[in-house]
Design a protein around this ligand. Structure first.
Ligand SMILES: [Zn+2]
Length: 308
């Protein structure tokens, strides 16, 4: 069954690798091309994420470098990998193609300059998360003790996203910022988050957040990071199924998807250690859900929620 995965950190690893990591088959990449192919991943989102330790004045260049790596290493050296630059491209893929698109995890690289966001959008960024776990000029993140919401600049970004049919990603936001974005954004997604009721971590969504997201027909993509599944370094596929089942009980059956966070996580779910193992999850899900429901989680729900 074909998969759409909404979050990986391959670009960050390629950047750290300084030219020594090959996207096609390097075993250091959870989501290298061969593994995506083996796991039947049809579309993979590639996050632009800049380490918060990078100096502010270097962040824009670091983001541009990740885009360059995306073009040279991911797309340029692998003929199966096809660039998806707009939502209409999502229906253009042929049988053996693997679609690839850019997302932004944290707007720090643009500083206070919306023109830079426009430049990123022109480069094909289709989903924007305002911040990672810290506070920035747009919003407070889940790890920021202050817990403030959206700034005026953050609101301008969400309005820009609305005008340009870009998803606004609520994964990583503080609770206050979640609700501010929820009020403002037309195209809502949590690209990699789980249930806080089942695993009490600030990166996960509360019942009221998840229910509200489903009522507004936003998407929620399950993340495969063990500490966000069961508060431990060890997790198995049953833990993922618990979160999916729970979100279904809140009305999310048509709004769930996957956002593995491969290459951004250091521990892995047993039998789902990298993208090549994706069908293990599908086979297990088919024991509990109908084929149509599983196809929804795997790719169709996302397809039905493209901001067109
Ligand atoms: Zn993340």
């Amino acid at each position: 069954m074909e998969i759409i995965d909404l979050h990986c950190d391959v670009l960050l690893k390629l950047q750290y690798g300084k030219g020594n990591i090959r996207f096609s088959n390097d075993a250091r990449l959870d989501a290298n091309k061969d593994r995506l192919k083996e796991g039947k991943v049809k579309i993979q989102a590639f996050a632009i994420f800049i380490d918060p330790k990078v100096k502010q004045e270097k962040k824009w260049d670091a983001a541009l470098q990740q885009i360059e790596l995306f073009h040279k290493e991911v797309l340029g050296k692998n003929s199966e990998m096809k660039l998806l630059k707009s939502w209409k491209d999502f229906s253009s893929l042929k049988e053996h193609d693997i679609g690839a698109f850019l997302t932004l995890e944290g707007v720090d690289p643009i500083g206070n300059d919306l023109a830079k966001l426009e430049q990123l959008h022109k480069n094909g960024v289709l989903s924007v998360g305002l911040t990672w776990n810290h506070a920035n000029l747009a919003a407070d993140g889940a790890g920021e003790p202050r817990g403030a919401g959206l700034t005026m600049f953050g609101k301008e970004i969400v309005n820009y996203n609305n005008r340009n049919r870009i998803f606004t990603d609520v994964s990583h936001l503080s609770d206050k910022a979640f609700w501010d974005v929820f009020e403002t954004a037309d195209y809502l997604i949590a690209s990699h988050s789980n249930s806080r009721q089942l695993c009490n971590h600030q990166r996960n969504l509360t019942d009221s957040q998840a229910s509200a997201l489903f009522r507004k027909d936003g998407m929620l993509h399950i993340v495969f990071h063990p500490p966000f599944l069961c508060y431990s370094e060890k997790a198995d596929i049953q833990d993922i199924i618990r979160h999916i089942d729970y979100f279904c009980s809140l009305g999310g059956v048509k709004n769930l998807g996957f956002g593995s966070d491969f290459d951004g996580i250091s521990t892995h779910v047993a039998e789902l250690e990298n993208a090549s193992k994706y069908q293990n999850l599908i086979n297990e899900l088919l024991k509990y859900f109908s084929e149509e429901e599983v196809r929804g989680f795997a790719s169709r729900n996302f397809f039905e929620h493209l901001p067109r």
